[in-house]
Design a protein around this ligand. Structure first.
Ligand SMILES: [Zn+2]
Length: 396
């Protein structure tokens, strides 16, 4: 996926906003239809039925009819694909959810040659054809992949437009060296490799983080709405910059790993579930909410989920998920499992053989070995619930 900064004129921007609004409306309609469905009822309408309903809705509502049918139908197709991914037992994705105005703005166009095309007009500027908007300029920051078949236009919270061209992602061939690497996602470092490398996803510098916090306080105090808008805009820009860096990091790191190793092993952690569970529900408020929230922020910040997704896309069948139990308490040298070996968040020192190394690297070595680690002869599945190694918190 290669992403470019889109530079629409004000008139084109209005057309793009309309597309976003229509795509969001159609998507949310589909979400709503599916949310009424539950086992025992007749199935929620499928893609074809929804297309028929869309035609009908366009006949009734002029504002929808004036929009691009291509954009609206594609939103339905995207939704159908998201549902398929949701029900795929081999690679389950999250359930498609409601899209909010100002937060999830975007639409997709497929059919190069019929619906869209791209051309370069100068050294630094390209143009892409968008239905109803015409040729829209974008920054030609690198070559557009020749195999691009579709694109997605998005607007981030800072109001910046981007276009990402999608190529049916070619898997990267395995190097054929028989080597496996284990990756442990950490909070202090973004990822530790079994080779001993510690990877850091780029983030805001300390100075920028202070600035961010200051602006957030300012936003909480600001009363006049134009002032609030300015501060909110500045906050969004800072956050968007961080997101860009992180995406870039996941892209480069995943390519490097799938080129160097035949097999990549990661923990089977459903980050999404962890993130959701910390908050709990009203009936079950969740334990250690505050600590978990801090940990989860760290996970999300480190871009871990994105890295794993890109690994799986670039090396299908070469990424293995390992049961995460006790990987941080087991000695990767002698196999002894002892929670006291985890001296601190950073240091592992085996209480049996004295082997010492970075705690995350030790865990990564266990993951690389592919141990579905068991608690003293247990079968792994029946691990004690009070032992969640990765929920250990720094003592300091
Ligand atoms: Zn040991």
């Amino acid at each position: 996926m290669s992403r470019y900064r889109l530079l629409p004129t004000p008139a084109q921007e209005a057309a793009l906003r309309d597309h976003c609004g229509h795509a969001r409306y159609v998507w949310n309609l589909a979400v709503e239809q599916h949310s009424h469905w539950h086992p025992g009822r007749k199935g929620a309408p499928g893609y074809l039925e929804q297309c028929r309903q869309l035609t009908q809705a366009r006949a009734e509502h002029p504002w929808l009819r004036e929009g691009s049918q291509t954009v609206q139908q594609q939103a339905l197709r995207d939704f159908a694909q998201a549902m398929t991914a949701f029900f795929d037992p081999g690679n389950p994705a999250g359930q498609p959810s409601w899209r909010k105005a100002g937060r999830h703005e975007g639409f997709r166009i497929v059919g190069r040659g019929r619906q869209w095309d791209v051309r370069r007009v100068s050294r630094k500027i390209g143009q892409v054809w968008v239905p109803k908007a015409g040729w829209v300029r974008f920054r030609w920051s690198r070559a557009v992949p020749p195999g691009a078949t579709s694109y997605r236009v998005t607007m981030d919270r800072a109001g910046r437009w981007h276009i990402a061209f999608a190529v049916i992602s070619e898997p990267v061939p395995a190097p054929g060296n028989g080597q496996a690497v284990g990756i442990d996602r950490g909070v202090a470092v973004s990822a530790a490799l079994s080779t001993g490398d510690l990877l850091h996803a780029p983030g805001l510098a300390a100075r920028e983080r202070i600035r961010l916090r200051r602006m957030q306080r300012k936003l909480a105090r600001a009363k006049r709405s134009n002032r609030r808008g300015r501060v909110r805009h500045a906050i969004a820009r800072l956050k968007a910059r961080e997101t860009d860096w992180r995406k870039d990091w996941a892209e480069k790191t995943s390519t490097d790993l799938v080129r160097r190793f035949d097999v990549i092993r990661v923990e089977d952690l459903q980050i999404a579930n962890m993130t959701r569970s910390a908050k709990g529900t009203r009936g079950d408020p969740g334990r250690n909410v505050r600590q978990k929230a801090g940990l989860n922020r760290g996970i999300l910040r480190s871009g871990w989920g994105l890295l794993v997704r890109r690994l799986e896309e670039k090396a299908p069948g070469r990424v293995e998920k390992i049961h995460p139990a006790l990987t941080s308490q087991r000695c990767s040298a002698c196999g002894q499992v002892d929670r006291d070996s985890r001296e601190s968040q950073a240091v592992f020192r085996c209480s049996a053989c004295g082997f010492a190394c970075n705690a995350d690297v030790n865990a990564a070595r266990n993951i690389a070995a592919g141990h579905a680690v068991t608690a003293r002869g247990g079968d792994g599945a029946a691990r004690p619930v009070n032992r969640e190694p990765h929920l250990l918190l720094p003592s300091a």
